[in-house]
Design a protein around this ligand. Structure first.
Ligand code: ARG
Length: 462
């Protein structure tokens, strides 16, 4: 026996869909997450239809009351979603019909599921931008607190993960604050660009009904209606831009997570991750694994993957709407969920981690980290060209290596054997404290510079 055709669009169909067709066609399994946005969009549309005289006030009132009931049923978990009704739009409308009868059928006047879904999805992604914005700020605040606590703690700065020059803990934390500050401005910017209303574009060409798109745009908090109805139903660039912002930020979080994994290892011991963010091993009793940081490092993979996935869905589609675009949602839902989870985990980890000031300092003092300071001294005090100073310093590093000591442990005689003009005052620049304090160039690692930048960020984030 064939199933009967769809009540919403089945006028020209004699038979219902194959079960597999129903399975591949239905989106209700995931787009029910758009219920609140769908109902908000329908309420704005119904109010506008009444204001423009397309609907009677009586019908609009019935629709509004009915939609509120549907929303409370969905929020209360009593709503029965039906796969046969395909998606959230038709599930809501069908229930509205059961509740209020004939006026429900008038709600879809002057609109289509194409502008409806574009509107719902923009509203949803816009909410995620707001959530991400606060979540990024929370991580920045956690980093800022760390920076403030250790503005002058000395640690090794790395290039190629080899000891390069001493830097300050505060400076390192602020490097991430800067990166996240750009992520913040990116997501705010994306939000501004996406805040235009597709509603009223109808199927693709607009409508002959005298609708007021400015009214619905305003009711839904959009800055204005989109100016081209084809574009309004055809593009998903707002979702792609959201995921691009997410990807870049997740990449930053991943780099910090990678550092936390390295820093919490027995070989580094730069930080102790809180117990809250570590796990034990079922066989090795000594283990404290930085699982949260590792998982966070992996999140970029699925977020960027979702971004690329949707890009592939969109790239070959002729204008305007194609059903391919129904595949936009799960990617974005997954990216948004995992992004927000990653941000929350990072805020927690950074708040609860403890830097080991002594280990940081000891590591900073090893690896000939003040060799550049020695070369700079030779330029400044002995008048050597930098290339020559570099060469003399290299020879001194080799000598220290041979003696199994660090640069400040060499004797003045050792020094003078390489260059006769070296005096005892060279030892003043060889400590890690002197090294960082000297780096007073704007944006440099000197504690005084770091404190200036902490004050600037506190002001920005307050
Ligand atoms: N569930 C559909 C989607 O997510 C809604 C739009 C359907 N439009 C259509 N012309 N079949 O894309």
């Amino acid at each position: 026996m064939t199933k009967s055709s769809n009540a919403m669009w089945g006028g020209r169909f004699a038979a219902g869909p194959d079960a597999i067709m129903e399975a591949i066609n239905a989106s209700i399994g995931f787009d029910q997450r758009l219920a609140a946005q769908d109902i908000a969009g329908s309420r704005a549309h119904a109010a506008m239809l009444a204001a423009t005289g397309i609907l009677t006030d009586k019908d609009a009132d019935a629709i509004r009351e009915g939609l509120l009931t549907v929303l409370s049923e969905i929020e209360g978990g009593t709503f029965e979603f039906s796969t046969a009704l395909e998606d959230i739009h038709m599930n809501v409308e069908a229930r509205l019909k059961q509740l209020i009868g004939e006026p429900a059928g008038r709600l879809h006047t002057g609109r289509s599921r194409n502008d409806q879904v574009a509107t719902d999805f923009r509203l949803w992604v816009r909410d995620q931008c707001d959530a991400a914005e606060s979540a990024i700020v929370a991580v920045m605040q956690a980093l800022l607190a760390q920076a403030e606590a250790g503005a002058d703690w000395v640690m090794p700065g790395f290039t190629h993960l080899q000891t390069a020059q001493p830097v300050t803990w505060g400076h390192h934390m602020l490097a991430y604050v800067e990166m996240l500050g750009r992520d913040l401005s990116r997501i705010r910017d994306a939000r501004k660009r996406m805040n235009e209303s597709p509603l009223g574009a109808a199927a693709l060409a607009g409508t002959g009904f005298p609708i007021d798109r400015h009214m619905t745009a305003q009711a839904l908090g959009f800055d204005r209606p989109m100016a081209n109805s084809l574009d309004a139903v055809a593009d998903r660039d707002f979702a792609l831009e959201f995921m691009s912002c997410a990807s870049i930020n997740a990449m930053h979080l991943s780099r910090l997570a990678e550092e936390l994994v390295i820093w919490s290892s027995a070989q580094f011991r730069f930080v102790d991750m809180g117990d809250q963010w570590s796990t034990g091993s079922s066989i090795m009793p000594q283990k404290r694994n930085p699982d949260a940081a590792e998982l966070l490092r992996a999140k970029i993979g699925r977020i960027m993957g979702a971004n690329v996935g949707l890009m592939m869905v969109m790239k070959g589609l002729p204008l305007t709407y194609s059903k391919d675009m129904q595949e936009d949602k799960e990617q974005v839902f997954d990216a948004a969920d995992n992004w927000l989870l990653a941000l929350a985990a990072m805020a927690g980890m950074v708040t609860d981690m403890t830097a080991n000031q002594d280990n940081l300092r000891a590591a900073a003092a090893s690896g000939f980290s003040t060799a550049t300071d020695l070369a700079d001294w030779l330029v400044r005090e002995a008048g050597l060209p930098f290339r020559d100073a570099h060469h003399v310093t290299g020879a001194l590093v080799a000598k220290a290596e041979e003696k199994g000591c660090d640069l400040p442990d060499l004797t003045l005689e050792d020094m003078q054997a390489e260059h006769g003009d070296i005096t005892a005052s060279v030892f003043d620049v060889l400590t890690v404290e002197a090294s960082v304090a000297s780096r007073m160039s704007y944006g440099g690692t000197a504690p005084a510079q770091v404190r200036t930048q902490i004050a600037r960020w506190k002001d920005i984030l307050k």
